[in-house]
Design a protein around this ligand. Structure first.
Ligand code: MN3
Length: 203
């Protein structure tokens, strides 16, 4: 069973004014679709076919060398964007509650400090990449991780909880070179229930 481009849970314009409809359309229908197609092409007729994306990315060293680069890039691109769309919702934002909020307080002191640190990590990515809130399975602890290009935190044994895509395709139509403005606006889209569910599942 090949990987499929997931449908968005909301219309393309649902995250406006923070993320514009045209950016969502191009980002989901073209960019995410291309990662999906290229991932399927890379694993076709190999032992990876039929495995979960978590399994593939968590065991990247087991992927044959001739396809490892393509699987890292397109598999990460497929998985990262699946998480990214779910991490957002219309009228999102605010702050988390419950065990996730507690873990954030333990790691960063308070929510404002966490927001500052994740924003700094994301804005500071050189070229293309992602800023992530991650956990190590079973630890109950969270931390921040910046990753280059489409490389998944899973390749380092970490579980991605909340990600912000800082590739230019994620923001350039509306924000041009102003990545900090895009990251600032992205906070207003976060679906904390989704992030908390990922954290609970990894505990
Ligand atoms: Mn992207």
């Amino acid at each position: 069973m090949a990987f499929e481009l997931p449908k968005l849970d909301y219309p393309n314009n649902a995250l406006e004014p923070h993320i514009d409809a045209m950016t969502m359309e191009i980002h989901h229908d073209r960019h995410h679709n291309t990662y999906t197609t290229n991932l399927n092409n890379a694993i076709k007729d190999t032992a990876l076919e039929g495995k979960s994306i978590e399994d593939i990315l968590s065991n990247l060293s087991a992927v044959p060398e001739n396809t490892r680069g393509a699987v890292n890039f397109n598999g990460g691109g497929y998985d990262n964007h699946c998480i990214f769309w779910k991490n957002m919702k219309p009228n999102g934002g605010g702050e988390p509650t419950g065990p996730l909020a507690d873990a954030i307080r333990t790691a960063f002191g308070d929510f404002a400090k966490f927001k500052e640190e994740l924003s700094k990590a994301a804005v500071g990515v050189q070229g293309s990449g992602w800023g992530w809130l991650v956990t190590k399975k079973g630890s109950g602890a969270v931390s921040i991780k910046a990753m280059p290009n489409q490389t998944s935190p899973r390749t380092e044994g970490l579980t991605p909880l909340l990600g912000v895509d800082v590739w230019e395709h994620a923001y350039y139509l509306k924000y041009q070179n102003k990545r900090p403005d895009y990251v600032g606006a992205w906070w207003n889209t976060i679906n904390w229930a989704d992030v908390a569910a990922r954290f609970a599942a990894a505990k």
